[in-house]
Ligand binder design. Sequence first.
Ligand SMILES: Nc1nc2c(c(=O)[nH]1)N[C@H]1C(S)=C(S)[C@@H](COP(=O)(O)O)O[C@H]1N2
Ligand SMILES: [Mo]
Length: 238
Amino acid sequence: MLSLLVLISEEKGGPYKASIPLSQATNPEADVLLAYEMNGETLNRDHGYPLRVVVPGVIGARSVKWLEDINIIEEECQGFFMQKDYKMFPPSVDWDNINWSTRRPQMDFPVQCAICSLEDVSTIKPGKVKISGYAASGGGRGIERVDVSVDGGKTWIEASRCQKSGVQYIADGFNSDKWAWVLFEVTADIRQSTEIVAKAIDSAANIQPEKVEDIWNLRGILNTSWHRVKVQASHSNL
Ligand SMILES: Nc1nc2c(c(=O)[nH]1)N[C@H]1C(S)=C(S)[C@@H](COP(=O)(O)O)O[C@H]1N2
Ligand SMILES: [Mo]
């Protein structure tokens, strides 16, 4: 295990810590970085200046910011956010019977997407409406496809990618988008008030669950159910 930690006391019981397997940290394909700049500019303080870890494809909690120390340790690190927070429990577990040590810390994140061009609830003029957003999946599983529905999930249209040139369509493991947010876009004809829905599918054919009820968990993490946005058609001339 490679432990990554900050010495400043940020949490109950000590510094913010995380660990990842040494094999991941040293695997060139895993692209684990120590970042001191982003897009050619010095990393800002909120994002971890002067130095932060970036563990691509893994939940943000393992990408320690304001990094001060790196150690090679035998066992998984015992920090609060590794052992007592970001873990997924089955629906039968509640705060009275929880036993944190029965689960592993969450590492890879599941496939997910969000519509960013519209808010819930948006007012639209009936006609062509642009629906765009991002999709991402964990563990280096690129995005295969994003489906969009403008009738609450009854029928679907495939969105297209709108990444800047140079990014290929299919996640083949070689191109640059296996860790990245994939930007999607679709234009649909919407005549009346409806619910717009988006769901993404990753390169392993994982699909987002339909409803949050299906993935309910005590800690409330990883709610990756279909993203829904209600739109209200306005027939006025304003
Ligand atoms: N030192 C330190 N690093 C940290 C955290 C923290 O509280 N302290 N939060 C983690 C969590 S839970 C997330 S989601 C990401 C958020 O990174 P961002 O602010 O760059 O989006 O930082 C991670 N790294
Ligand atoms: Mo987080």
